[in-house]
Ligand binder design. Structure first.
Ligand code: IP8
Length: 283
């Protein structure tokens, strides 16, 4: 088996893409199936990272797992374990779909790889991920409940995982693809009616997000209408993109595309023009 350094694509399966956040433990198996179909015989090294969707988030919220030990959340030890259990169930379903499509997916337990301290990553044991890639396998990691050595516990999101993988793996991550329930980032929620405009480019500079324009760059927060109902394509995703400012390699190609149709991912992989938001990081 070759063990030389490879260029890796990370596919982030966003929770909004594969589950209905209003229905606990709901999984759109057809969406996962469509994604796997487009990745069949991809022919390039791959890591899959998935979010929590309606599996991890509601449990974590109920028990305040993202806050560490706190009064008033009931039995947080049980909540910590239940959050992880929900994510394991989800991960098992996603890995199972990958295997059905001949993708050699191998679950990697995020909480066994990472430790936090005060919310920041204090330990990352990624040798096993590098070794799986060396063997031509597809590691599948997921947002998880993770031990925090000062707060007790916390949540490590799929997006934080992506930054750690890109910065610390032996192999080079050269492409990150975010799969969403819509075609990318919009100026308003496209699910709430017509007239929403897809933002084709976003630039991250000095930790801030900008939309290039003829009149000069505008702050993304000023371009995007944020509202409770559109949190996944506005507020939520803005926080996720801001995390990418911590990528050490500023050359990595980052695209936000729709993971719900059966063509955007295959199109992007083959180099065809697909509706998307491209994200670049300025040095
Ligand atoms: O959906 C969160 O991961 P994310 C995972 O990538 C949990 O933010 C356990 C809520």
């Amino acid at each position: 088996m070759p063990t030389t350094e490879k260029n890796i694509t990370i596919i982030k399966l966003g929770g909004s893409c594969f589950s209905d956040k209003k229905v606990p433990r709901s999984l759109h198996v057809d969406v996962i199936d469509g994604v796997c179909k487009q990745l069949e015989g991809a022919g390039f090294p791959l890591i899959v990272v998935h979010g929590g969707g309606s599996y991890g988030h509601p449990v974590a919220k109920r028990y305040g797992i993202h806050l560490g030990w706190q009064e008033g959340f009931g039995d947080q030890s049980a909540g910590f374990c239940e959050t992880h259990e929900a994510m394991v169930e989800l991960n098992h379903a996603i890995v199972g779909q990958c295997l059905k499509h001949g993708i050699p997916a191998f679950a990697v337990q995020t909480s066994a790889v990472f430790l936090l301290e005060g919310g920041a990553v204090s330990s990352a044991r990624l040798d096993a991920v590098d070794a799986l890639l060396d063997q031509g396998l597809v590691p599948v990691l997921y947002g998880d409940a993770v031990v925090d050595t000062s707060r007790g516990f916390g949540i490590m999101s799929g997006d934080a995982i992506i930054v750690e993988l890109a910065n610390r793996l032996k192999h080079r991550v050269d492409r990150i693809v975010y799969l969403m329930d819509v075609d990318g980032l919009f100026d308003k929620d496209p699910r709430q009616g017509p007239g929403a405009r897809l933002i084709p480019d976003v630039v991250i500079e000095g930790g801030e997000l900008f939309v290039p324009g003829e009149a000069g760059p505008a702050r993304l927060e000023d371009v995007v209408q944020q509202g409770g109902a559109s949190i996944d394509v506005t507020g939520g995703i803005i926080g996720k993109l801001r995390a990418l400012a911590h990528l050490e390699d500023k050359e990595v190609a980052i695209n936000l595309i729709c993971g719900r149709n059966r063509s955007s991912l295959a199109g992007l992989i083959s180099g065809a023009p697909v509706p998307c938001t491209r994200v670049s990081i300025k040095r």
